[in-house]
Design a protein. Structure first.
Length: 187
């Protein structure tokens, strides 16, 4: 009787583990090989600006990978936003869109490359490139939220240079799913 109970219990545990593994693999997910969700980002991913003492990095965009986009996805938009920046008003660090649905990743450093397979939107400085983390010294690690939005828009549907509010308005009813990842950085 006890042996039968152990076998049944072991079978239940195996089924539960399989269901957990399946559920973790079946949803739209954004990851980075450079940091875990809510993990600390390396200094090289911070901004580089000789006129700003808070920008102590190399301004290299981190590698990003995603899986299981929603059915009907034709393109993606990526937003990197520091919600604690500008004393809580927020800072748009990276805004790109028109990423073809066939892509499943962005390599490290693509945010400042001259030949990019997507359109650039305007970051806080009005640039269409990656702007790494530059939190004020002594404010602790800021949370840099990377949001990947799956859309039903064709990759070339939107003009380059949109600001975050304009992009969100343009995506509007064409957004069909989103996933996020948080990287922290501070000094």
């Amino acid at each position: 009787m006890a042996r039968t109970m152990l076998v049944v219990l072991a079978a239940i545990i195996c089924v539960m583990k399989a269901e957990i593994a399946w559920s973790q693999e079946s949803y739209f997910k954004l990851t980075s090989s450079a940091f875990a969700d809510n993990g600390l980002m390396e200094q090289k991913y911070a901004g580089k600006n000789p006129n700003n003492a808070n920008c102590i990095g190399e301004n290299v965009s981190p590698p990003l990978q995603w899986s299981n986009p929603p059915a009907g996805t034709k393109s993606f938009a990526l937003i990197m936003f520091d919600q604690e920046g500008r004393l809580g008003l927020g800072v748009t660090h990276w805004l790109i869109y028109g990423i073809d649905a066939k892509r499943t990743s962005l390599p490290e450093g693509i945010g400042t490359a001259s030949d990019r397979p997507f359109s650039g939107g305007s970051n806080i400085l009005g640039q269409q490139t990656y702007l790494g983390a530059c939190p004020p010294k002594g404010t602790g690690p800021h949370h840099y939220v990377f949001t990947l939005v799956a859309t039903s828009l064709e990759p070339n549907a939107l003009e380059p240079g949109l600001t975050l509010p304009k992009l969100l308005e343009a995506i509007g009813k064409n957004a069909i799913g989103a996933t996020g990842l948080v990287g922290r950085f501070g000094h």
